[in-house]
Design a protein around this ligand. Structure first.
Ligand code: SGN
Ligand code: CA
Length: 503
């Protein structure tokens, strides 16, 4: 019998589909990610991969449990996973796998012994520079850059301490490229002198959609911080345009740096700061400056992530493990890189509902395959369980991707989405469904449906809910939506009948 496959599960934090070169071969390529592209080229791209709730802790809980937020109880960033929830790592471990987790976790309680043999996790969001890790033996501080250190720890486990008698599950969870987008010194000058193309919706005015959009607090030209986000500590005559975070705050990353690191940092960002200080920028100059600075740092963090994915792939090659290891790359959700003026995620709109998903699975997936079927983060747990010959619990709501892979079956006719963290960053609780062609959104706190025709309006700039020509579509989508809510057991408390306290 063929040995059960190993799994390398790489999960990043807030990695936009727009920032993986293999996922943008027919469009605008902002950057190059050669190592992630290697996974795609030797395996598959899932072009229509989505999350069920575009925020960190809930998406991670859905990945682990194969369930929507409502059923696993992790609705917002503040919820922890209840002890009675079953996870795919726990089921793999119980079936004879050795399991490890290193990096961002963000589920509040420490990882459970029943799920992981080895773990070292970042507290909360974690830090980019000289981060602390929580280990079963207490907090350990490590000097260096978080993406490199997280990879070092995983490679060390794979190389030196795993039980080689067992197949492994290695969960490598990067903090990058989460806010505040701090790159390592080796990438401080990457993209200097380069101008990134602006997205067509960078100056969206939010017309023709629900009024709630205008209340967002996610705009790159209004809600970023000069120092923490844009790395400009003294904006001179432009100071009034954005807030700054208090520099003496313990959370501020610069307070963690060694004097040498700080010098290198200040040197790396000197030219940017001098530009901002030099004169009052016009509105247009300011907008384009913020967009370029934001995207530059975000993509520098991705470059470091891609370097480290390359290190792990090389390790698998060197150890002769590549042939019997399934490699999965995904992020906890997508992200806005200036689309609709935004950073962050949360909304059901495409950039944040989408998740990158690349899978290399030798012997099962033909190199260079592209799948267009709708898939969701609740599907990963059943897929990996089935791949390892472990039974899928009945209460998992996701569907294994095996049938997609084997014969191109569509496993979902519509995907259900629900964001619950009402009011955080100005985003109201809302839910909806997405088919290949349409998206129905229910902004239930104001009881308004929006309907988007993704084929005619891929940038999602106009709701058609009042357009008589779409009355039939609206009716059909509403009935599918109600069906999805019933099938997934969504409580009416999270709908128009609920009471909504701002988080
Ligand atoms: C922090 C960020 C937010 C971000 C949340 C959630 N602010 O609070 O912008 O939306 O994390 O991110 S920051 O100024 O502290 O960086 S998530 O990845 O955990 O969902
Ligand atoms: Ca995230």
């Amino acid at each position: 019998m063929k040995a059960r496959p190993n799994i390398l599960f790489v999960l990043s934090d807030d990695h936009a589909v727009q920032a993986v070169s293999a996922l943008n071969r027919d469009g605008v390529q902002l950057n190059q990610t050669p190592n992630l592209d290697r996974i795609a080229d030797q395996g598959a791209i899932f072009r229509n991969s989505f999350c069920a709730n575009s925020i960190c802790t809930p998406s991670r809980a859905s990945i682990l449990t194969g369930k929507h937020s409502m059923q696993n109880g992790v609705l917002t960033l503040n919820d922890s996973l209840a002890q009675n929830q079953v996870t795919f790592p726990g089921l793999l471990k119980a079936s004879g796998y050795t399991t490890a987790l290193v990096g961002k976790w963000h589920l509040h309680n420490n990882p459970r012994e029943e799920d992981f043999d080895f773990w070292e996790v970042l507290p909360g969001q974690g830090k980019y520079y000289n981060p602390d890790y929580i280990t079963p033996h207490g907090i350990v501080n490590r000097q260096g850059y978080v993406t490199d250190l997280t990879t070092d720890r995983m490679l060390d486990w794979l190389d030196n301490s795993r039980d080689r008698e067992k197949p492994f599950l290695a969960c490598l969870h990067f903090k990058a490229p989460h806010r505040p987008w701090m790159p390592p010194p080796r990438h401080y000058s990457l993209y200097n002198g380069h101008t990134f193309p602006e997205p067509p919706t960078l100056r969206d005015d939010y017309s023709n959609r629900c009024e709630v959009l205008k209340k967002n607090q996610l705009q790159i030209t209004r809600h970023l911080h000069w120092n923490a986000d844009l790395k400009v500590r003294d904006p001179g005559p432009n100071a009034h345009r954005l807030d700054a975070v208090p520099e003496d705050h313990g959370e501020y990353e610069w307070n963690r740096m060694t004097p040498d690191q700080l010098n290198a940092w200040n040197e790396g960002y000197r030219a940017r700061e001098e530009f901002v200080r030099s004169r009052v920028l016009s509105d247009e100059e300011f907008e384009s400056f913020v967009y370029q600075a934001y995207v530059t740092d975000y993509l520098r963090c991705i470059a470091a992530l891609d370097d480290n994915v390359g290190r792990v792939l090389h390790f698998l090659d060197d150890q002769g493990l590549s042939e019997n290891t399934i490699v999965v790359y995904c992020s906890d959700q997508g992200f806005y890189l200036g689309e609709h003026r935004w950073f962050d995620k949360r909304w059901i709109f495409e950039e944040s509902m989408r998740m990158p998903l690349l899978v290399r699975w030798p012997g099962k997936i033909k190199p260079g395959t592209v799948y267009d079927q709708l898939v969701q983060n609740i599907d990963y747990a059943p897929t990996l369980l089935e791949a390892c010959g472990v039974g899928i619990p009945d209460d998992m709501q996701g569907v294994s991707l095996q049938r997609v892979i084997e014969d191109g079956t569509e496993i979902h006719d519509a995907l259900y989405y629900h964001y619950y963290m009402h009011g955080d960053h100005g985003v109201p609780a809302h839910d909806g469904i997405r088919t290949h062609r349409y998206k129905l959104i229910h902004f239930y706190t104001v009881n308004e449906f929006n309907l988007i025709d993704l084929q005619n309006d891929p940038l999602e700039l106009k709701s058609l809910h009042n357009d008589p020509a779409y009355a039939g579509i609206l009716k059909a989508m509403t009935s599918r939506y109600e069906h999805a809510r019933a099938a997934y057991g969504i409580s009416s408390e999270y709908g128009p009948e609920g009471t909504f306290e701002l988080l």
